[in-house]
Design a protein around this ligand. Structure first.
Ligand code: BMP
Length: 223
């Protein structure tokens, strides 16, 4: 479990569609990020070959929010790890059996379950079941969960549920969350996309964010 390295605690969301831009961003920022998160925009534009290429630069998490019946989840997750990803993100709301099938197919790779999303719409349907999803992720042996940087108070709550499992937290920067708050609330990693890949100097932006993470991580955690 937990194949991903944990050094800077920053994950770069590579939601660009040009291969050259994705590879340049990865090379420029690799010293400051623990993993690259690849989502549909990049893979639909460039194919799964981009995952193999990025995996030569650093660890890759495929954020495919896999949400299907167990057999289809298994087939999708198998493809993810054939392309040298270190981890995959799956949805929990489709059921424990579907998450279990993903974990089996990952064969020791990291599987993260979405507990609650960062956008305002998640408050309607996801937030009410977020704690149950987090508890299920622990029960089935997932590596960790995804929880919103836009609502650090929720991360605090999720930390108590998932104990030593990992919490990845998106929603920093463009969505309004800060790098420090989710870390102070108990997140292991923050996920940042636009604030880095749209910056004039992505490497400098990445370095700045890692400094904020380190400062927050050094402060005592609230209980
Ligand atoms: P940005 O920093 O540009 O807002 O990107 C955030 C990334 O994290 C996107 O890839 C998005 O799909 C993902 N994400 C999110 O924003 N909120 C969630 O709850 C779960 C996500 O995977």
């Amino acid at each position: 479990m937990a194949a991903m390295r944990r050094k800077t605690r920053l994950i770069l969301a590579l939601d660009v569609t040009e291969e050259s831009k994705a590879l340049r961003l990865a090379a420029d920022t690799k010293d400051y990020v623990d993993a690259f998160k690849v989502n549909y925009p990049l893979v639909l534009a460039r194919g799964m070959g981009i995952v193999d290429k990025l995996a030569k630069i650093g660890d890759v998490i495929c954020d495919f929010k896999v949400a299907d019946i167990p057999n289809t989840n298994r087939l999708i997750v198998d493809q993810v790890f054939r392309h040298h990803a270190k981890g995959v993100i799956v949805h929990g709301c489709v059921g424990e059996d579907s998450v279990k099938a993903s974990i089996d197919a990952a064969r020791g790779g990291d599987v993260f379950v979405v507990a609650e999303m960062s956008h305002p719409g998640a408050e309607t349907w996801m937030a009410p079941i977020g704690e149950d999803l987090a508890a299920m992720a622990v029960r089935v042996g997932a590596t960790g969960i995804v929880a919103p940087a836009t609502r650090p108070d929720r991360i605090h709550l999720f930390r108590a549920i998932v104990e030593d499992r990992l919490i990845l937290s998106p929603g920093v920067g463009a969505q309004g969350g800060s790098p420090a708050d989710p870390i102070a609330a108990g997140a292991d990693y923050i996920i940042v996309g636009r604030t880095i890949y749209d910056a004039a100097n992505p490497r400098a932006e990445t370095e700045k964010i890692t400094r904020e993470i380190a400062k927050a991580a050094a402060a005592p955690r609230p209980r």
